[in-house]
Ligand binder design. Structure first.
Ligand code: MEV
Length: 437
């Protein structure tokens, strides 16, 4: 079907929904009912959500759960997690409880530097460009004063601006490579505004400079922050004496520690495993990022780039056994905000910040990294002992029961049957079908 539409953005919400229902559904009323069922009955609240994006027709719910008992740097935290995948919150809670009696999680912010670039071309004498840059560098700071004033009051601002010659990569390609400190905000707007002003300053100063000949020119291609933030890093760690690393399926803690270590080492050298291993880490990371209204696409892009920083995609977490101590840790880049954006707009995001006791951006970095490490620990613990399917399928049982719209009585019978029997999709379906015969 060829369903192009002109002027869609100008239609009212009602008209947009009607167009969708009438164009894609043989029974438009049914589609309309589903769409409306997910509207919030509080019109103001619905309007708030409508205005987060464009062409909103309804809301897609993602469950918001909590994982309690996270002992982080000596304080207990309850971590809110927004995620649709079963088992993730249970795994986080289990890992939290496990480490709470073994010293808890230690988290440290290593650095908080953000990056932005003005990409431009210059077709002349590079030495002249370098001395021109040195001359005008103070102007980049003075002409962004109105943008940086507030940020400076909060202790942030532009850290440095460098001219980079990138002609070995692309003809005439240069950059202004700037670094920023954005304190409790993620800083995207601040950085991009500074960069666009740098671009204007660069063009204006170039025009007014008498250093260059008629044939030499500067062309700004684009100005944008980088979501790769290898100097905005947080480390999360757990450690304990080997004998404390008890695990009911492998009674010898040394054996469990060694098997766990090998599982990490495999992810350090084998990209196919590393991707899945890191996906498990991101189960924890993304769930907290989403619950706190941060940009999970930015975090995902940056984290995976960091995982490839040595030229091959590798595990973000590491483990060692040294002097009878087992240590497991990860380091990830996280550019997060606890002010601005959705953080002050979305009532549930605000609620999550209250549950986390209003963390600073650095505290949130620590919490997110810990959630990632906990998730990774839980996954590797299952994988190296029972395998993940046992626990996973138990959780998945609920999804299958819901899919079949089981009655309360059926639900009870199914659950007690599968307490004693292995869960598989086909086994559950067969059981339900037999029940209903
Ligand atoms: C599933 O969402 C995540 C895992 O595959 C992670 C892993 O394999 O380490 C269990």
């Amino acid at each position: 079907m060829n369903n192009a539409v002109a002027g869609f953005s100008k239609l009212s919400k009602k008209e947009k929904i009607n167009w969708i229902a009438n164009t894609y559904f043989s029974t438009p009323e049914e589609a309309l009912t589903i769409i409306r069922n997910y509207w919030n009955s509080d019109e103001k609240l619905q309007q708030l959500h409508d205005e987060f994006i464009e062409n909103t027709i309804t809301n897609l719910y993602i469950p918001l759960g909590v994982a309690p008992n996270f002992l982080i740097n000596g304080e207990y935290k309850t971590i809110p997690m927004a995620i649709e995948e079963s088992s993730v919150v249970a795994a986080a809670s289990k890992a939290a409880k496990y480490w709470s009696t073994r010293g808890g999680f230690k988290a440290t912010v290593i650095d908080t530097e953000k990056i932005g670039q003005v990409h431009f071309t210059f077709n002349g004498d590079a030495e002249k460009l370098h001395s021109f840059f040195d001359q005008i560098k103070p102007k980049f700071f003075s002409e962004t004063q109105s943008i940086t004033k507030n940020m400076q009051q909060r202790g942030g601002g532009i850290l440095d601006i460098k001219l980079k010659d990138k002609r070995s990569l692309l003809e005439n390609y240069f950059q202004l490579h700037a670094t920023f400190e954005t304190k409790d905000s993620m800083g995207a707007n601040f950085i991009n505004s500074c960069l666009e002003q740098f671009a204007t300053t660069l063009k204006d100063e170039f025009q007014n400079s008498d250093l260059f000949s008629e044939d030499e020119s500067v062309k700004v291609i684009m100005s944008i922050l980088s979501n790769y933030v290898p100097n905005c890093i947080v480390r999360a760690e757990v450690s304990c004496p080997i004998e404390d690393l008890t695990e009911k399926h492998i009674p010898n803690p040394q054996e469990f520690a060694e098997r766990f270590l090998q599982a990490v080492q495999i992810a350090e050298v084998e990209p196919f495993r590393a991707v899945t291993h890191n996906k498990g880490i991101m189960n924890g990371v993304d769930a907290v990022i989403l619950a706190t209204g941060n940009d999970f696409r930015a975090v995902e892009a940056g984290v995976h780039a960091y995982a490839s920083k040595n030229g091959q995609y590798a595990s973000l977490s590491h483990a060692k056994i040294e002097d009878g101590i087992f240590t497991f840790w990860l380091e990830i880049p996280l550019a997060l905000g606890t002010v601005g954006g959705l953080t002050s707009l979305h009532p549930l995001v605000k609620l999550c910040f209250d549950i986390l006791e209003k963390p600073s951006a650095q505290e949130l970095m620590q919490i997110v990294a810990v959630a990632g490490l906990a998730q990774n620990f839980a996954a590797l613990r299952s994988l190296t002992t029972t395998g993940i399917q046992e626990g996973h399928m138990k959780m998945h049982l609920n999804n299958i029961i819901n899919q079949f719209e089981a009655t309360d009585d059926e639900r009870h019978l199914i659950k007690s049957h599968f307490k004693k029997n292995a869960v598989s999709h086909s086994a559950v379906v067969e059981f339900i079908e037999n029940l209903r015969k």
